[in-house]
Design a protein around this ligand. Sequence first.
Ligand code: PEP
Length: 249
Amino acid sequence: MKQSVKLVAGNWKMNGLGASLAEAETLEKALKEQAAACRVALCPPATLIDRMAQALKGGAVEIGGQDCHAETSGAYTGSVSAEMVRDAGARLVILGHSERRAGFGETDADVAAKVEAALAADLEPIICIGETLQEREAGQAVEVVSRQVAGSLPASLAGKAFAVAYEPVWAIGTGLTPTLEQIEEVHAAVRAAMVAKLGDGGRVAPILYGGSVKPSNAREILAVAEVGGALVGGASLKAEDFLGIIRAV
Ligand code: PEP
């Protein structure tokens, strides 16, 4: 099966002020000196997208948003539309992150609607899925992620550029990671669910792993079958740590 180029994306979450752009510039400089063997993206808070896009213009680091509204415009105080995220300079957007699902009540249907909005704005969605610790302990991880794929990926994704990120909720920001066997099992199930939903259009998009990826564990995780890259939170805030992960591809 043809595999797409791996993607390593950094999710800065609600971290970063103007001064943090220096980290992005350090990363860009390092990748200019030695090109990455993968695609590299940084997803700063919405307030920094425009400045980061300007600072890294023409470079190797792609810029992404962390969310968008499903509607194109209107009375949605505090929200940004997919078109706005794109207009600010992003080319990708993280959607359905577990922190959005848990903290803002986003359902699979909400995520699917945001994916449609992202595609309409020519943004490449990174669609996050993952089980909670309770679901993992109840032996439901595969069932949960398969259901999330079926519900969060609209049929219109077939043939489009997108990625899915498997992020076990209990591994995010905790320092805990699943075993390599568990990652392999879930990624195989996610691929099967993508193909069930999108047919051949679900065979190529990379399935990223996310949850406490760091320079010391990146190499072994990125070598697991069907791991098409990584979505990185904490370790993407410092150029040196993020580079350690990028160099592990
Ligand atoms: C994330 O929030 O997407 C994430 C993977 O976080 P961390 O790497 O900090 O676990």
